[in-house]
Design a binder for this molecule. Structure first.
Ligand code: GLU
Length: 526
């Protein structure tokens, strides 16, 4: 008889498993980026947003933006707008959340404030949390006292029964104190337990509950702390995967316990590796950017309290595609040699199991390399407007056709559009001549040779690159001059420099009159 039963049980289990897999397959992925508006978004935050965005797109899911502004003390005006604008510039826009709407709103935690108290209360009622009445000073004094003896004190299973809270006081006394205000609700970390959860990047993680402290979930001003608001919102917003920076890994066991206490299914967790300084020692900071001359923020940030400005990738001339591609590779690898990815490729290939576990070392030169690549994938016409903006800011006015011509000649030689404007010879005759080149190239016979060249150029009726090219070579032949002697001097007089794009193309762009004028001026000066 029993073999039959076993088969039936197996069939039932298989059916359950099948349903479970079906459910996972059809449950749409919902991820969130949940910054606190405490200042500008560090590029580490942008990377977190990017990985969430790609993960959602890969799975046909939703990427939402939630603003976690419960810590009013750290609120910085302008930071939320900054976050929205930065994400927009990067092209990693949510489809739901602050600024985008959606049926799980409001998405700003300060606007959800009234809702959290019931959840904190629910945990008190179920015995998973308690009211604590100890003042900050008392708690700090305990900590200091322990520190002085080389020990660590925390509000936890070993100490909570010595403190003033609803576990140690009568119900009446507690109620009186609650009515008076000045309380916190603390989570009651289970004693002698082990929290086990799987991180999608790091694998199984086990933590003994005895190392965790009874974190504050809510204060008497009605504001929840990060932990409570974060868990409640992830649950209510039906978040399926929490993808965030490694600095939140220590909070994850508490979060798992909170889900357990509420009786909710926890989302899957994935903690992204830290972004390290270019030296590899420690976390990348704004100071590293200042010292190394590279931005650590996506767009410029004007600190409202100090008035100080921090540079951004946008204002420094980087293309969003370059920044995104750099960030993609800062913590993820495709398993191949490919380094350049279109957005469609990123979406198709991105997966959490290819995110690295160890810290990702930041390489500012690599970002420049990406920028050169993406700049060169644009046409001169596409860059004209941007170059015109740079020129205008520098008080230089040229026609769009001329600016496009500069882009055409300089595109392969620059990292940023603004570098093109540094080739000042396009916009004015050289005010100085590179001394090294003068010493090496300017000979006794140079003046006469250049006069002859100028005369020849004056005679040209067509001043196109190819005509100048063939006329120049015919001129060399006729005069028995060597190109090696004439060309560098020709360039020196027209541009002031020893190197640059094709001289004939430069001449075409500048026009006959200007070129001839520069040669004559050069002869007179040198
Ligand atoms: N508000 C937290 C932050 O600023 C969110 C952390 C999380 O994603 O859980 O990064």
């Amino acid at each position: 008889m029993w073999p039959f039963n076993i088969r039936r049980v197996r069939r039932q289990e298989e059916a359950k498993d099948y349903l479970c897999r079906l459910n996972t397959a059809f449950m749409s992925v919902r991820v969130r980026f949940a910054p606190s508006p405490t200042g500008p978004l560090h590029i580490g935050g942008v990377r977190t947003a990017l990985y969430n965005y790609l993960f959602a797109k890969h799975h046909g899911g939703t990427f939402l933006l939630r603003i976690e502004d419960t810590d009013q003390g750290r609120f910085v005006p302008g930071a939320e707008d900054y976050i929205l604008e930065a994400l927009k510039w990067c092209g990693i826009e949510p489809t739901e959340g602050v600024g985008y709407g959606g049926k799980f709103g409001p998405y700003r935690q300060s606007e959800r404030k009234a809702m959290y108290a019931q959840y904190a209360e629910q945990l008190v009622v179920s015995g998973n949390a308690y009211y604590a009445f100890d003042s900050e000073e008392v708690v700090t004094a305990k900590r200091k006292e322990a520190e002085a003896q080389g020990q660590v004190w925390q509000y936890d299973a070993t100490t909570r029964m010595d403190m003033t809270n609803s576990l140690t006081m009568s119900d009446d006394e507690s109620q009186k104190r609650i009515a008076e205000g000045n309380w916190t609700i603390r989570f009651k970390i289970p004693e002698n337990d082990v929290v086990v959860f799987t991180d999608e990047i790091r694998g199984e993680i086990q933590i003994q509950t005895r190392v965790l402290d009874d974190k504050v979930l809510m204060k008497s001003d009605g504001m929840p702390t990060y932990h409570l608001a974060n868990i409640v919102d992830d649950h209510l917003m039906e978040i399926t995967h929490v993808i965030r920076g490694e600095e939140w890994l220590p909070s994850a066991p508490l979060h798992v316990l909170l889900y357990r206490a509420f009786g909710w299914t926890a989302p899957k967790f994935a903690h992204l590796p830290l972004i390290l300084k270019p030296t590899g020692n420690g976390k990348l900071s704004k100071r590293d950017g200042d010292a190394g001359g590279f931005p650590v923020f996506p767009i410029e940030w004007n600190d409202p309290s100090t008035g100080a400005t921090s540079s951004g990738y946008r204002e420094s001339g980087y293309l969003p595609a370059a920044v995104i591609n750099m960030l993609l590779m800062l913590g993820w690898n495709p398993g191949t040699e490919q380094e350049i990815f279109t957005e469609a490729e990123m979406v198709a290939l991105f997966s959490l199991d290819r995110v690295i576990k160890s810290g990702a070392r930041f390489n500012p030169d690599k970002t420049k390399w990406y920028n050169e690549h993406y700049l060169r994938s644009k046409s001169p016409e596409e860059l004209t407007h941007e170059l015109q903006l740079v020129l205008k800011a520098g008080g230089i006015s040229v026609s769009d056709t001329f600016a496009t011509g500069v882009c055409k000649l300089m595109l392969e030689r620059v990292t940023f559009v603004k570098d093109m404007a540094e080739a000042t010879y396009f916009f004015a005759a050289p005010a100085r001549y590179d001394e090294k080149v003068v010493n090496k190239r300017w000979k006794e016979e140079s003046a006469a040779q250049m006069s002859a060249l100028s005369e020849m150029l004056v005679g040209l009726t067509d001043f196109s690159e190819s005509t100048i090219d063939s006329a120049f070579h015919a001129f060399l032949e006729e005069k028995a001059f060597s190109a090696g002697a004439i060309m560098p001097v020709f360039r020196l007089l027209v541009t002031g420099l020893g190197g640059g794009p094709s001289m004939f193309a430069i001449c075409e762009l500048l026009g006959k009159e200007e070129v001839v004028k520069r040669i004559e001026k050069g002869i007179a000066t040198l």
